[in-house]
Every structure is written in structure tokens, then in C-alpha cells.
Design a protein around this ligand. Structure first.
Ligand code: BES
Ligand code: MN
Ligand code: ZN
Length: 500
């Protein structure tokens, strides 16, 4: 999708589809419904006026109304997209509404769009970025393996600013949104790949290709490196598979780097999770191809970081392996020694994500990380707790968490913090080792996080359990079903908060 900025003249613009956002400005409960177009061009308001207060369009969030051959405009069609109640409208509504417009256009084979940037004090000039993000994320469809696939991607999107807007600053904001959304789509395309086509080795190759395109350093190590680093926890998962594991390390170092924080991004990269010897039931097991979504989020985040160039050093580590049952696989009851030296009693081989992350976190610290963030499709329990609305977030440090929470609020991604009280530690006490890898029936997302906390130790750390959000079961008006790329935008925003 090509994105272009234009100043003013929405009425005189020739296009297949002109998109304008609306809000519901009804003042009192029983008053006549009132819909307002968010534009300063009177000709657009005039074109829509005859259809506005007829009751056929109420400007609910993501509601659409299509007008053909709108009066007084050069556009062939005018699409109104609702943002909901004026008093409640946020940039997140704009992001979704822009996405809704793109999905609407795609379904009708319209490929060249113009969108009027909504004018409202509430958006504080962030609308261009939200539009770019919403539009590009909506353009993604995960149907690459269908031989009857029709590529209906949008060719161009022109964002029309108000007359006299500051074009240069708007250009920067638009580009920011483009970079983030394209990186998130890159993550989604990785997550969409099936286990036979995206092995740990292939994931490593794709990370390396991305790195060389974006000017990042990338190293991909195999089993020997795991042994050399004494990554007994990571290897305990990898040992059961015929596919070699990949330890992927991406490094971003800004020019003229000064001493300061080093951010460590650690991702779970299980390219397929059968459960191992504690085998999963067959129902829904095919979904476990997305068990590398945390790792893919870190790779996508690094792609964006390489382009946005914040002044802070970042290392990303993805621990990629399959989790398979075999004659070489680890067994319940086995004891493993992690890179940090801690001994782990394996109760359930299906609790493998925390094992690979334990060594990923330790390695990030060895590489100098002063602050850690991990992302993982770690537990089914997080979806039981939060539903498919919020991802889980955990932290051992208030200041670090606050930065993340602020970052997430800016991106519109939803995370809900869950507790890490010391009392939960009892649930993962082992009789024969330092710790065991499962904590029983209750509080599963928390005991998994408590396990990771043992390996973050004193380093400020955030853990994102994205199992509830990495895969969308039903399409939304603004996005396709399937891989979401959750985490990418908030992680990048968190990283940028450390840039000097
Ligand atoms: N990859 C799964 C978690 C998961 C479940 C992700 C559903 C996405 C959707 C993880 O490795 C796992 O199997 N967790 C177990 C932990 C249990 C054995 C303590 C779980 O959630 O059941
Ligand atoms: Mn598992
Ligand atoms: Zn898993």
C-alpha cells in the first residue's frame, strides 16, 4: 500500500472511494440523533447532509454508510465511517475505523482510497499515525496458501489533511504508523506460517533476512551454542525434536551510543507445541503453530526499531524450537539445570515455554540487558482469566511497568496486569529441585510468570502472556481473523520511552 499525504481539496479529489469519519454528537438522551462529519470542508457535509438525520446511520463505532455519486464531489463514492459518541472518541476508534474502511473497500475490490484525516482536538495530531496503522493492519489477509487467492490489497491510500496543516510533521507521523503496522504485519505473516514450513531454522533465516534489509546485526546459533552456554532448560525442550533449535539474537545499536540502559527483548519461539511426552489432545492442536507468536513479535519489533532508530541499545533473543514427543524427549520427573544454575523439576513437558524463556532471560542478562521484556503464548490460563480482550502483563518493577502501561495506552493494545505476590512462589516449590515447572490447577498464568521471575531475578522485567490475543478466532470489521501481531506496537513504544 502506497501512502500519500495531501493538503485540503477533498471535494475536488477524483477517487474511487472517499472516506470521511463521523461522530455521534447527539446531546441529550431523547434529542433527535445528530451525526457530524469530522471535516472542515463544507462541501463534504453538504454531500452527506440529505442522508444524515434519516435514521439510517447513527455513527456507531465502525458503522458504515456508502453513498454513490455524491453531489458536488469529484469522488465516485463517499463512505462514512462512524467513530461512536463524540465525547468518547479516541485515536483507537480512528485506528479501527480506518481499518473498517479498508476492509469495506477490499470486499468491493476498490484499491485506491482517499481518507479525510479527522479534525478533532481530542486526537492531538495523532490521527495520521492511527490511520496508517489501521489501514495497513486491515490490508493483511492470511490466505497465502489458497491457490484461488485473489490479491485484493489496497494499492494506494491518500490521507487528506485540513487546508494549511503542517505537512512535514504530518509526514513523520504517517511514516511512524506505516513502519509500525508493516512490522506488525511482518510478525503476523510469520505467525501464520504452519509448523512444517516455519521450522526454527527457517525462523532464524527469516530473522536474518529482515536484519540484513534493515541494517540490524543478527546471529543464529544451533544446538552447540546451547550446550556451550549451558542452556539446559532450552535444550530440554529442543532435545526431543529432529529439527535443530535456533537461538536467534538481533542487536540494534544506535550510532554514537552512550552508556545507558540496554533493553533485552526475549521471545518464546516454539514453532510447534505438541506438548511433548505430556501430549496435548488432538482437538485444536493445529493452533499450536502460533506458539512462536512472542518470538515473532520481538522480530517484528526489531524491524520497526531499526527503522525508527530510537537512541537506546536493544538486544532481542528468540528461543526457537519444536516441542515434540520422541525417544529423545524429556520426561515428566526429569531434572534440568538452567543456564542460571537453577535446577528445575519437570512436572509437565507441555509447560515448555517457561523453560526456553528461562534461558533466554539469563542470556539477555549476560549480554548486558539492564531491563527485560518477554512475550510468550505461555498459558491457556491467561485466556481463562482475561478472555480474548486483554493480554496478561506482569512485572517485578513498578517504574518499568508504568512505562509499559503508558506505552500500551498510546498504542491502543490492551494489557491487564496480574499479580506476582510472593505467596504464589509456594506453588512451584519442588521437593527435589530448586523449582518445578508447573504450579497446579489454579492461577496458571501467575505461576508461569512466577517461574520466569526466578530467572529475571533483580533485573527490572515485564512479562507479556499473549496466549489470549495472538490469534483471533473471528474476523472484526477492521481486521482479518487469524494472527494479530499483538505486542509489537506496545513493545516498540516501550523501547522508545527509554530513548534519550
Ligand atoms: N503454548 C501453550 C499455551 C497456549 C495455550 C497458547 C492455548 C495458546 C493457546 C503452552 O506451552 C502450554 O501448553 N501451557 C500449558 C501449561 C500447563 C501444562 C501448566 C497450558 O496452558 O495448559
Ligand atoms: Mn505447551
Ligand atoms: Zn507452548
Amino acid at each position: 500500500m502506497r501512502t500519500v499525504l495531501q493538503c485540503g481539496n477533498a471535494a475536488g479529489t477524483e477517487t474511487e472511494l472517499l472516506i470521511v469519519f463521523t461522530t455521534d454528537t447527539t446531546t441529550e438522551k431523547d434529542a433527535k440523533p445528530e451525526v457530524t462529519l469530522l471535516t472542515e470542508e463544507p462541501s463534504l457535509r453538504q454531500a452527506a447532509a440529505p442522508f444524515l438525520n434519516t435514521g439510517e446511520f447513527s455513527s456507531n463505532p465502525n458503522e458504515t454508510l456508502l453513498l454513490h455519486a455524491p453531489q458536488g464531489l469529484q469522488a465516485r463514492r463517499l463512505l462514512l465511517v462512524g467513530l461512536g459518541k463524540a465525547s468518547k472518541t479516541t485515536l483507537n476508534h480512528v485506528r479501527r475505523a480506518a481499518g473498517t474502511a479498508v476492509r469495506f473497500a477490499k470486499a468491493r475490490r476498490l484499491r485506491n482510497l482517499c481518507m479525510v484525516a479527522p479534525v478533532s482536538a481530542a486526537f492531538q495530531e495523532g490521527a495520521e499515525r492511527a490511520i496508517a496503522e489501521g489501514a495497513i493492519l486491515a490490508d493483511f489477509d492470511p490466505d497465502t496458501y489458497r491457490s484461488d487467492r485473489k490479491d485484493l490489497s489496497i494499492e494506494s491510500l491518500t490521507v487528506i489533511l485540513a487546508e494549511g496543516a503542517e505537512q512535514h510533521a504530518a509526514e513523520e507521523r504517517l511514516r511512524h504508523g506505516v513502519v509500525l503496522a508493516e512490522s506488525q504485519n511482518f510478525t503476523r505473516s510469520l505467525v501464520n506460517e504452519p509448523g512444517n514450513r516455519l521450522t526454527p531454522t527457517v525462523l532464524g533465516r527469516k530473522a536474518a533476512e529482515m536484519a540484513s534489509e534493515c541494517g540490524l546485526k543478527c546471529e543464529v546459533y544451533g544446538a552447540e551454542k546451547l550446550h556451550e552456554l549451558k542452556m539446559g532448560a532450552f535444550w530440554s525442550v529442543a532435545q526431543g525434536s529432529d529439527e535443530p533449535p535456533a537461538l536467534i539474537v538481533l542487536t540494534y545499536e544506535p550510532e554514537g551510543a552512550q552508556p545507558g540502559p540496554v533493553l533485552g527483548l526475549v521471545g518464546k519461539g516454539i514453532t510447534f507445541d505438541t506438548g511433548g511426552i505430556s501430549l496435548k489432545p488432538a482437538d485444536n492442536m493445529e493452533k499450536m503453530k502460533y506458539d512462536m507468536a512472542g518470538g515473532a513479535a520481538m522480530i517484528g519489533a526489531m524491524r520497526a526499531i531499526a527503522q525508527l532508530k530510537p537512541k537506546v541499545k536493544v538486544v532481542a533473543i528468540v528461543c526457537a524450537t519444536e516441542n515434540m514427543p520422541s525417544g529423545k524427549a524429556q520426561k515428566p520427573g526429569d531434572v534440568q539445570i538452567a543456564m542460571s544454575g537453577k535446577s528445575i523439576e519437570i512436572i509437565n513437558t507441555d509447560a515448555e515455554g517457561r523453560l526456553v524463556l528461562a534461558d533466554g532471560l539469563a542470556y539477555a542478562k549476560q549480554l548486558g540487558a539492564t531491563h527485560l521484556i518477554d512475550a510468550a503464548t505461555l498459558t491457556g490460563a491467561v485466556a481463562v482469566a482475561l478472555g480474548q480482550i486483554n493480554a496478561g502483563a506482569f512485572s517485578n518493577d513498578e517504574e518499568t511497568y508504568q512505562r509499559f502501561s503508558n506505552a500500551a495506552n498510546r498504542t491502543g493494545e490492551k494489557f491487564w496486569r496480574l499479580p506476582l505476590d510472593e505467596e504464589y512462589r509456594d506453588l512451584i516449590r519442588s521437593d527435589i529441585a530448586d523449582i518445578k515447572n508447573t504450579g497446579g490447577r489454579y492461577g496458571g498464568a501467575i505461576t508461569a510468570a512466577m517461574f520466569l521471575k526466578e530467572f529475571a531475578e533483580d533485573t527490572p522485567w515485564i512479562h507479556l502472556d499473549i496466549a489470549s490475543m495472538a490469534w483471533l478466532e473471528e474476523a472484526k470489521p477492521w481486521t482479518a481473523k487469524g494472527p494479530t501481531g499483538v505486542g509489537v506496537r506496545s513493545i516498540v513504544e516501550w523501547v522508545r520511552s527509554y530513548a534519550r
